[in-house]
Write a protein that binds this ligand. Structure first.
Ligand code: ZN
Length: 49
């Protein structure tokens, strides 16, 4: 599962695919995948400091 965050309102949603619309503000193409920015090391182990 990946975490997606709305660039406009900050709502988050988990899913396997990128949501087309934000579940909160309903805008399209505002959902940004958060996995890479969430502190994972890049190999998929999601190691956090
Ligand atoms: Zn939103």
């Amino acid at each position: 599962m990946a975490l997606f965050k709305c660039d406009k309102c900050g709502a988050t949603k988990e899913g396997r695919c990128k949501p087309k619309n934000c579940p909160a503000c309903k805008l399209a193409d505002t959902m940004i995948k958060q996995d890479e920015a969430a502190g994972s090391c890049g190999c998929g182990c999601k190691k956090k400091k």
